[in-house]
Design a protein around this ligand. Structure first.
Ligand SMILES: Cc1ncc(COP(=O)(O)O)c(C=O)c1O
Length: 459
């Protein structure tokens, strides 16, 4: 049996379009631009061009943080495109602005916030930029600190904002080192600490409770980057340290969560939230063109971007309506399956003498290195196995990580360089749980091939 793309939502979309159309039935008839034969031909051409992608929607794509949106998100976004609302000002998107506010309230509730300021953004980078922009306004001249495993954009965004950035070392599990942070804090120059709850490369969760303790002593702003990991706070299967970090998320000053990562949304949907709504004063501005239709708040008044896609709010609202963001709910169970898949794959790899695993996954990312004589050889093998897997239809990722993450191994096989290219898999589709055996089997065959073609004396 071959793979079939989901199509049922097309029927549902057609029916929803009828409902949408009824709302505008009072308008006089006006011609609509038809797609036409040439348009149909172009559409088929586009479909051909899109073949040149990894199959992100399939369980054998187990590489980066990529997965298809939920069918309801995809259909709701398409439905919104017939209206094409702009959530900058209320006259550009009244209904979708209301849906954005409701959807963001539900995201804020994950941190236990009733009162907050927040809005959707184009993604995690823009959301973090806004959080650091506000942080910089509140502590001018002070530095931003984030771990060396924090997303690379924190350093870049800090530079854009004219804020100095300090990278803090991590421990051997990829979490911000509290000793290194405290050392830096003693200099008295840090205005903001970014705690990452779910690092991009390895899914490590920074020890937020301890960062909050240090905040009491040293006084700084805490921003949580939960762009990738945030939704895991809803799950019931986290290890105690990660659980404790997610439980304290509400004590941060701001946080970022990306619905377009684990929130089942099409790209173009991040979210920034502030605990203190009065930071809205920094956004205050007037628009001579757009804020005339209502005295109510226009979302453009509390966001840095002007035009923003109403479709993102519509899709997110629809998804959260179907799969509410509650602990123990269906959405939480889907995430628990992803984490279970990661733990299962990690256990398989740990039992395989040809690999060296890093720490057990805190969320749903697994990283491991091929056993080798040194870091250079392990790195070369990682790349070769990545390619051999791809030839067999299994798509993993390769990440550069500190060799120390793998250094628990008695053979010190990653010696010789501070960094090693290792294999990485984000098992972010719930279906991955049923595919772990197959993924491990393909990985085994690919590793056989690589070791057979390079029978290193050192193997
Ligand atoms: C922890 C974290 N922060 C920020 C980002 C950047 O988000 P975006 O790619 O949506 O701009 C990512 C992306 O993977 C991430 O994992």
């Amino acid at each position: 049996m071959t793979y079939a793309l989901e199509r049922h939502s097309l029927e549902a979309l057609r029916e929803a379009l009828d409902v949408l159309e009824r709302g505008f039935a009072h308008l006089p008839a006006a011609p609509t631009a038809p797609l036409g034969h040439e348009g149909e031909r172009v559409l088929r051409e586009v479909a051909e061009k899109l073949h040149d992608n990894y199959p992100y929607f399939h369980p054998l794509y187990a590489g980066q943080m990529l997965k298809p949106p939920h069918p309801v998100a995809r259909a709701a976004a398409a439905l919104a495109d017939w209206v094409n609302p702009n959530n900058h000002a209320l006259d550009g998107g009244r209904a979708s602005s209301a849906l954005e506010r409701e959807a963001v309230v539900q995201l804020a509730a994950m941190a236990g916030w009733n009162d907050h300021l927040g809005h959707l953004t184009s993604g995690g980078t823009m959301a973090n930029l806004e959080a650091l922009w506000v942080a910089g306004k509140l502590a001018p001249g002070k530095k931003v600190a984030a771990s060396r495993q924090a997303h690379y954009t924190h350093e870049r965004v800090s530079a854009v904002l004219g804020l100095e950035f300090v990278a803090i070392d991590t421990d051997r599990r990829g979490r911000m080192s509290m000793e290194a942070l405290e050392h830096e804090l003693r200099r008295g120059e840090i205005g903001t600490v970014v705690a990452t709850l779910g690092t991009t490369a390895a899914g490590s969760v920074d020890p937020l409770p301890r960062i909050l303790e240090l905040q009491q002593r040293h006084g700084f702003r805490v921003h949580v980057d939960a762009a990738y990991g945030g939704y895991f706070g809803l799950t019931g299967t986290l290890a105690p340290e990660a659980r404790a970090a997610f439980d304290r998320m509400g004590q941060a000053d701001s946080f970022v969560i990306d619905p377009h990562k684990h929130g089942l949304q099409p790209y173009g949907c991040g979210c920034v939230l502030f605990r203190d709504p009065s930071v809205g004063r920094f956004y205050k501005h007037d628009s001579p063109y757009t804020y005339f239709s209502s005295a109510e708040l226009h979302l453009g008044e509390i966001s840095l971007e002007c035009s923003r896609p109403g479709r993102a709010a519509v899709a997110l609202w629809a998804t959260q309506r179907l799969l509410p963001l509650v602990r123990g709910g269906e959405f939480a169970r889907l995430l628990e399956r992803s984490r279970a898949a990661a733990l299962a794959l990690h256990a398989r790899l740990a039992a395989n003498p040809r690999f060296v695993t890093a720490f057990a996954p805190e969320l749903d990312i697994v990283v491991w290195a091929p056993r080798a004589a040194n870091a250079a050889e392990a790195s070369a093998r990682s790349r070769a196995i990545f390619e051999a897997c791809a030839r067999r239809g299994l798509h993993l990722a390769v990440a550069q990580l500190p060799a120390a993450f793998f250094d628990h191994d008695e053979a010190h096989v990653t010696a010789g360089a501070p960094m090693v290219a290792c294999l990485r898999s984000v098992l972010m589709k719930p279906e991955h749980l049923e595919w772990v055996d197959r993924i491990a089997a393909i990985l085994d065959q690919a590793t056989d091939e690589v070791l057979a073609s390079a029978p290193a004396a050192t193997a």
